[in-house]
Design a protein around this ligand. Structure first.
Ligand code: 6R9
Length: 630
């Protein structure tokens, strides 16, 4: 059922999914546990925009990720947890154990006052409790909002306030390589600015001695000891909220993307099984953090709903040495490995002996996600990790899409290095030109849009439907605009060329230039900032900031350090500018718009042809900027 094994199968399924999308997705959806089946498969209008899938269907996603596997596979490992420190033992958590932990955690949340529909902020390191907390929310119908445990207090507070979370789940700290991070201290600072929060549940983990605020904070271990492991799942409507996950916007604050229960479940499960060609009993490892969408969809919901064994890794690729990933693959006999180009590029720098020390013969499929993979990294991955024997699946998708959109099907789709290849069944891409018209045929280039809904798509931006419409459905009316550029080659294969808006992707993390600019502006000496991305060998893109100060800085290096600290404090270390150039003015048009095109060229080190600068208010600033380029 719904199984693709050959390229002909793919073509046949794709055709069916385009001609009769509702039949196609209803066939897929029959493979799940529903409390009540849907009355209607789809209702949609991209102009409003409004999209609903499996209307009238009732379910709980955790019954699909947990309960239904207990009949036959209760003792199968659901999660292999690999700790930060390689000298410590991994933990194998069976489906039965995961079920019990999730039920207990769910009862603990209930006892702390969490009800169906409430929003819960989860700020935890990659420890099993993170998985328990996420699934526990889903079990009782609370909406989880996971915030990556590298974000600053200010970023957390903004997200908590935007979603109106009443409960926060955190830990007394995290390990990251040879460092420890006091997460509780960051939460304490954040929650001061969050009037909606009444309870903070703290997992004692690194024993940092974090103090509890009486009346507000409780220890996870105290509260979990008081509850039973019996927690019936809440019945959810297919279109009830499952989670909110924030992603950077090209302007303004991060957007809380809303995903709903039914469509997201069907889509993450289908795309996981299909793209990776997951076979029962295989060990699968996605190296993302659960704080990002990749972790939501392809560490937890997709694999668990498919009854897979999913590895959850607490550590980092570079510690204690750059052989760590390969050691974990060897240790757990990983069959499917899914990581980001930035990790590949950084590990590619290390001597090959770090790879050769380990037995990687268990590998069958290698995945890539987060940014375009360059050909060199693709070939290195194929040759040195896959030994020329593995399918490489470059998966293009977004927080907004919920799951894979354009990706090869492992060992089915003929590959082309650095191409995401073909749309998955149900996905209808359209390439648009700048004039707003669809460009048909092959050998074309333009902006990537999707013209028909798919079950996993985000339904709105939490609390701001107008922004959802403006951002995704207004540039090309009637189509979902991805923000990415692409090429479609002579075979109809897609190659994603990168963002065409003001989002830059640094080490696979999306950053809004506007957000970084306003963080830099928080420094008391800064008047105005313009941020652009430039190519970086390992990170893919890096952050270049052009900064105007109130007065000429006395010690430029010191000020650079302070500006980086400011950005780190306001957004998080991932957004720190790599290069900071002090300038006396920015290239602005007469209407006051910064001409980023010029700044991008300077940042790229290509100042030979800056194009037309005659419309600038003060063309002289360009010479100064060129002269001072870093
Ligand atoms: C899953 C995820 C989305 C943006 C997306 C695009 C870039 C992701 C890619 C890719 C080229 C790939 N992107 N995967 N570009 N090839 N295989 O990364 O979600 O964090 O929301 O980022 O990432 O630019 O628009 P998210």
């Amino acid at each position: 059922m719904n199984v693709i094994r050959t390229f002909e199968d793919y073509q046949h399924h794709y055709q069916k999914s385009i001609e009769h999308p509702e039949n196609f997705w209803s066939d897929v959806a029959h493979g799940f546990t529903w409390r009540k089946k849907w009355d209607k498969v789809l209702e949609w209008d991209f102009n409003k925009p409004s999209v609903k899938w499996f209307i009238g269907g009732k379910l709980n996603i955790t019954e699909n990720c947990l309960d239904r596997h207990l009949t036959n596979h209760a003792n199968r490992t659901a999660i292999i947890w690999e700790p930060n420190n390689p000298d410590e033992d991994a933990r194998h958590i069976t489906y039965q154990q995961l079920f019990e932990e999730v039920c207990k955690t769910a009862n603990m949340l209930k006892a702390q006052g969490v009800k169906k529909g409430d929003r819960v902020c989860i700020y935890l390191p990659m420890i099993p409790e993170l998985a328990y907390a996420v699934l526990a929310c889903a079990r009782i119908g609370a909406v989880h909002s996971v915030v990556f445990a590298g974000f600053s207090a200010k970023s957390i507070a903004d997200r908590i306030n935007d979603a109106g979370c009443n409960v926060v789940v955190t830990s007394d700290g995290a390990y990251r390589g040879d460092k420890t991070i006091n997460l509780k201290k960051i939460i304490d600072e954040a929650v001061q600015h969050c009037p909606s929060v009444s309870k903070v549940i703290v997992k004692e983990y690194i024993k940092s001695g974090a103090p509890l605020t009486p009346g507000r904070d409780v220890w996870w271990h105290d509260e979990i000891a008081k509850v039973s492991a019996d927690c019936p799942a809440e019945e959810m409507d297919a279109e009830d909220l499952l989670f909110i996950l924030y992603t950077s916007g090209s302007t303004g604050k991060p957007k809380g993307m809303v995903h709903t229960c039914g469509g997201y479940m069907v889509y993450t499960n289908y795309t996981f099984r299909t793209t990776f060609q997951y076979q029962e009993g295989q060990v699968y490892w996605c190296t993302a953090d659960i704080g990002w969408v990749t972790g939501h969809s392809y560490i937890l919901y997709g694999p668990l709903s498919a009854g897979a064994t999913t590895v959850m890794f607490e550590g980092v690729p570079s510690w204690p040495n750059p052989g760590r990933f390969w050691q974990v693959i060897d240790r757990h006999k990983v069959n499917i490995f899914y990581t980001a180009p930035t990790a590949i590029r950084s590990l590619q720098q290390a001597p090959l002996e770090f790879v050769e020390k380990y037995d990687l013969s268990s590998l069958r499929v290698l995945g890539s996600v987060g940014e375009p993979i360059n050909e060199e990294a693709w070939h290195w991955y194929d040759k040195n990790i896959g030994k020329g024997q593995c399918a490489i699946v470059d998966t293009w998708w977004q927080t907004e899409t919920g799951g894979f959109m354009i990706a090869p099907i492992a060992r089915v789709t003929p590959l082309k290095p650095a191409y995401a290849t073909l749309p998955l069944p149900g996905v209808q891409p359209a390439v648009m030109n700048e004039g707003g018209l669809e460009v048909n045929g092959n050998n074309v280039e333009g902006r990537l849009t999707i013209k028909f809904p798919w079950p996993g798509m985000a339904r709105t931006i939490y609390g701001d439907h107008q922004r959802f419409k403006d951002t995704y459905f207004s540039t090309f009316p009637g189509k979902y605009f991805t923000g990415d550029g692409c090429k479609r080659d002579e075979d109809g294969y897609y190659r994603i060329t990168g963002r065409v808006d003001d989002i830059i992707i640094v080490s696979g993390h999306n950053l809004g230039t506007a957000e970084i600019e306003s963080a830099v502006d928080e420094h008391p000496l800064v008047t105005e900032t313009a941020v652009v991305g430039y190519p970086h060998d390992i990170k893919g893109q890096a952050v270049y900031a052009f900064v105007i100060c109130y007065e000429k800085p006395k010690d430029e290096e010191k000020l650079r350090g302070e500006i980086r600290d400011t950005v780190s404090r306001i957004i998080g270390p991932i957004a720190k500018p790599d290069k900071i150039q002090f300038v006396s003015g920015l290239p602005k048009t007469r209407s006051g718009k910064i001409m980023r095109r010029i700044l991008r060229k300077v940042a790229e080190g290509d100042v030979s042809n800056l194009g037309d600068t005659t419309t600038l208010l003060d063309p002289a600033v360009v010479d100064e900027i060129k002269a001072g380029a870093l």
